[in-house]
Design a protein around this ligand. Structure first.
Ligand SMILES: NC(=O)c1ccc[n+]([C@@H]2O[C@H](COP(=O)([O-])OP(=O)(O)OC[C@H]3O[C@@H](n4cnc5c(N)ncnc54)[C@H](O)[C@@H]3O)[C@@H](O)[C@H]2O)c1
Length: 324
């Protein structure tokens, strides 16, 4: 079975590829495990020296011919993670639409030419929600995004639904919570600080948090989201029904509580490296994303959240080998 991962050079895409190398199988069309014979990553850029068991194809997803050439005709599984992230899509309107919307359409069109309709998992975002919302957001709430990024993601979900309805793909869209703690450097996501506020202080660096302490966020750890990608892929199509998008289970944390959890685990000196410095634009954008969800549907389908923010911080410390 051949697997294709867009955004395979990115944070989650590359880790997903490594996870699939470890797992060795994915569900085939009849639901039984099939050995993975090839994992091909597609991205605009890759870090040096990727794992030699992975095939890396560099290209622009906004270019239809490039996408078609990269996708082998016998690909059975596609994970679509390539995107420009929230603040980038907001700052560069045209780039956001080219990559996040036209790129998604290019990929779906390329999937139509495959030998058989592939299973496709699309990384959407809770940013599809914004504006006036109930205290707890359920999947049945109509998305009213307040950013270009959220708009592009919800259109992507509808495309995945419609191409699935037509039998061109067997698609599934996951509305990802904010993934915390993301290792490495800050990125252009408006929620980048939610990882930085743990990562930077634990590595001896000050982190400026641009939102109010009371800001609530819906978060999930990298480990749990990788499990969710695989689980979403392997569930039978019948489990998804007519609506193939759902919000992943997560936990709510107020940013101020995160600082307190960091202090308990790593001490006052570390927690003091979190400095609140409001940026009105980012504060507005992040506070437009809801922080509380009711994810009964996803939980019923077997998706899982982390236990608490403390566990997420401890996992990050352990995975990075940080000495306190
Ligand atoms: N990490 C999160 O907190 C989070 C939350 C919600 C949704 N998501 C979604 O999950 C997916 C993966 O997120 P991530 O955190 O790994 O982000 P990332 O930025 O690390 O990965 C996205 C990848 O897409 C690639 N890309 C951008 N433009 C491209 C183009 N024109 N052609 C080909 N590739 C291109 C980038 O080079 C990058 O490697 C994205 O779709 C993102 O919107 C992530």
């Amino acid at each position: 079975m051949k697997v294709f991962i867009t955004g395979g050079g990115g944070f989650l895409g590359y880790r997903l590829a490594l996870r699939l190398l470890e797992r060795r199988t994915l569900a085939g069309p009849d639901g039984k495990p099939v050995a993975i014979s090839q994992i091909k990553l597609f991205d605009a850029a890759f870090a040096p020296n990727p794992d030699p068991r992975l095939i890396c194809v560099q290209g622009d997803i906004a270019d239809q011919d490039v996408v078609e050439a990269a996708l082998d005709h016998d690909t059975a599984s596609v994970f679509h993670l390539a995107a420009v992230v929230s603040a980038h899509a907001e700052a560069e309107f045209d780039v956001g639409y080219q990559v996040n919307l036209d790129g998604t359409r290019n990929l779906l069109e390329a999937c139509r030419d495959l030998d058989a309709p592939p299973r496709l998992v699309f990384a959407s975002s809770l940013a599809v929600y914004g504006g006036k919302l109930p205290a707890e957001v359920e999947d049945s709430v109509t998305p009213t995004p307040q950013t270009s990024y959220g708009t592009q993601k919800v259109i992507g979900e509808y495309l995945v639904n419609d191409y699935s309805r037509k039998g061109m793909i067997d698609g599934r869209s996951l509305r990802l919570p904010t993934i915390v703690v993301r290792p490495g450097k800050p990125n252009l996501a408006s929620t980048s600080f939610a990882s930085g506020m743990f990562r930077e202080p634990l590595n001896g660096v000050v982190c400026e948090v641009p939102v109010e302490e009371s800001t609530e966020m819906w978060i999930l750890s990298p480990g749990k989201v990788l499990e969710a990608f695989v689980h979403a892929h392997n569930l039978p199509a019948a489990d998804w029904g007519a609506h193939r998008a759902l919000t992943l289970p997560g936990i709510t944390f107020a940013v101020g509580e995160g600082v307190e959890a960091l202090r308990k685990i790593a001490g006052t000196e570390v927690a003091k490296r979190v400095v609140f410095k409001r940026d009105e634009r980012l504060n507005r954008m992040v506070r437009s994303f809801p922080g509380r969800f009711k994810t009964d549907r996803a939980l019923g389908m077997g998706f899982k959240a982390d236990a608490d923010i403390g566990g997420i911080i401890k996992d990050y410390i352990a995975s990075e080998g940080i000495k306190l």
